[in-house]
Ligand binder design. Structure first.
Ligand code: NAP
Ligand code: MG
Length: 493
């Protein structure tokens, strides 16, 4: 087991209007370490009255607080200040993120570095928001003003807790919005630690509020609230659909990032070693709890058997272990609920396809929500394990014959978040790139994600884009201004 000492069970409140407040109902909920199944914190649950208070704080800060007077330069400096806090506290945040999610510490360290980079990126972008001057006739002047959309409700999942918070908070603050963030009930801890630095770096009270609780109550109250201007959501397609319906009553702006069933496509001419590695990395990183997981591995029939064999052998050597051990490559799943869900799909997979490796709970752990990295092969693309998002370390390998077949199978999914292709033939590579119906395409790699480049899906993987200037756009309105330069009356009546 991990050698680090057991931390105390801490209590956290909601962060509303710059204050740490208890729940109006006194209700709290436990937060777990999924590797030990022990409670590591108790967190105040935000009731609908607390949500109302948080939205009120965000509204007041947007409409009349010091925030609207803050210059873009100052907002940029504040974001740099937040990035610096994250870097100073990176070791603590990575440890806490790993403890709360079960992800290997080395991966958590990458996540936290990405959090800081995200705040730095949007800190730099804050004073580069510009409107346009439009070429209307000479007797008029027309231009656009870019203005913040208002109070943003932000609902995030548990797989990359603080990184998902950063992807939402950083562009919103750069744009001049105020925020009400609801972390996933399983993993609120790093966002709450982060909130403790807001005041110190100059974020005025009410500009960022963090409320805890379950989606069906706290999240739903935020989505329905008439004073919230926009909802940004990352999570399941099922909840995304509920959010669009509920948000429609108040015609909120909505952006959705909803995961998928992304194809990772291997042609016979791909670089062999890199390809086998890339297939496993694409689906098993972060225990497979990744919205862009390459969970459908499409392999050209000429190399199919050898490829399945090579993946299987390598998978047997993936080191599952306690998340804080540095050589651990796979930790437990995030929760009992997710463990049960993935186990359910393992049983379905055993009926639908052939099992190459994994398929059970690993024997060596008496506690923790561990699942063996699992490969099913000879999977038909119509099988449930090829169509439904499992969100765990489970790969479905599907053979194909040639380019047309690969494209057909790859696009035969309700989702369209990401796709990858492995080949040495650049003609083929770019033909396939153009044919994929997905928002993110990798060539000879899978998963690298940079804050400079847009992130988001086609089809039922959602709409809107995060990261880069696209991520900032989601938090901006466009105001058109027309100025008459001609003093003569209109003369119409
Ligand atoms: P989820 O229910 O979609 O959760 C995402 C976020 O939405 C959480 O903060 C959740 O709160 C909140 N939420 C849930 N119901 C809501 C509602 N009616 N109104 C407003 N907010 C609501 O996902 P999950 O339950 O954690 O995981 C279930 C499945 O979703 C996974 O197996 C996976 O397939 C998919 N998923 C996808 C992503 C992704 O990045 N695309 C991330 C996580 C999960 P709670 O924390 O209380 O649930
Ligand atoms: Mg949920």
């Amino acid at each position: 087991m991990s050698s680090s000492p057991k931390p105390e069970v801490r209590s956290y409140r909601n962060y509303i209007g710059g204050q740490w407040v208890k729940s109006s109902t006194g209700e709290t909920f436990p937060v777990y370490d999924p590797s030990t199944e022990e409670v590591i914190a108790n967190v105040a649950a935000a009731s609908s009255a607390d949500v109302d208070r948080a939205v009120g704080a965000g509204r007041a800060a947007f409409d009349s607080g010091p925030w609207p007077q803050t210059t873009a330069q100052d907002r940029g400096r504040i974001l740099f200040g937040l990035a610096a806090k994250v870097r100073e506290n990176a070791a603590m945040l990575a440890e806490l993120e790993s403890r709360n999610t079960g992800k290997p510490i080395v991966e958590a360290e990458f996540d936290i570095a990405d959090v800081a980079t995200c705040f730095e990126y949007y800190g730099g972008l804050a004073n580069k928001v510009m409107g346009n001057v439009l070429p209307v006739p000479a007797n008029a002047l027309s231009f656009t003003l870019r203005e913040p959309v208002g109070v943003a409700g932000q609902i995030i999942p548990w797989n990359y807790p603080l990184l998902m918070a950063a992807w939402k908070l950083a562009p919103a603050l750069a744009a001049g919005c105020t925020c009400v963030l609801k972390p996933a009930e399983q993993t609120p801890l790093t966002a709450l630690e982060f909130a403790s630095w807001l005041e110190g770096v100059g974020v005025p009270p009410g500009v960022v509020n963090v409320i805890n609780g379950v989606g069906e109550t706290t999240g739903a109250a935020l989505v329905a609230h008439p004073n919230v201007d926009k909802i940004a959501f990352t999570g399941s397609a099922a909840v995304g659909k509920l959010i669009v319906k509920s948000g429609a009553d108040t015609l909120k702006r909505v952006s959705l990032e909803l995961g998928g069933k992304s194809p990772n496509v291997f042609f016979a001419d791909a670089d062999w070693e890199a390809a086998v590695d890339g297939a496993l990395f694409g689906v098993f990183i972060n225990q497979g709890e990744v919205c862009s997981a390459g969970s459908r591995i499409l392999v050209e029939r000429k190399i199919y058997s050898k490829f399945v064999e090579a993946m299987t052998e390598k998978t047997k050597r993936i080191k599952l272990g306690p998340p804080r051990e540095r050589d651990t490559k796979m930790g437990p799943l995030v929760s009992k609920e997710q463990y049960d869900r993935v186990t359910f799909y393992l049983e379905i997979g055993k009926k639908e396809a052939r099992l190459a490796v994994g398929g059970s709970r690993p024997k060596q752990f008496s506690k923790g929500y561990y699942i063996e990295p699992t490969i099913f092969y000879d999977v038909d693309n119509s099988a449930r394990i090829a169509r439904e998002e499992i969100f765990g370390p489970v790969a479905s390998v599907i053979p194909f014959d040639g380019e047309k077949d690969a494209i057909r199978i790859a696009n035969d999914t309700p989702y369209g978040l990401a796709a990858a292709i492995w080949t040495r033939d650049i003609y083929k590579a770019f033909r396939v790139v153009k044919s994929f119906r997905a928002g993110i395409i990798w060539v000879n790699h899978m998963q690298p994600t940079y804050v400079e480049a847009p992130w988001g899906g086609y089809k039922q993987s959602g709409f809107g884009r995060e990261l880069g200037p696209w991520g900032l756009e989601e938090y901006l309105e466009t105001k058109q201004v027309f100025v008459n330069l001609d003093e003569t009356p209109i003369g119409w009546y």
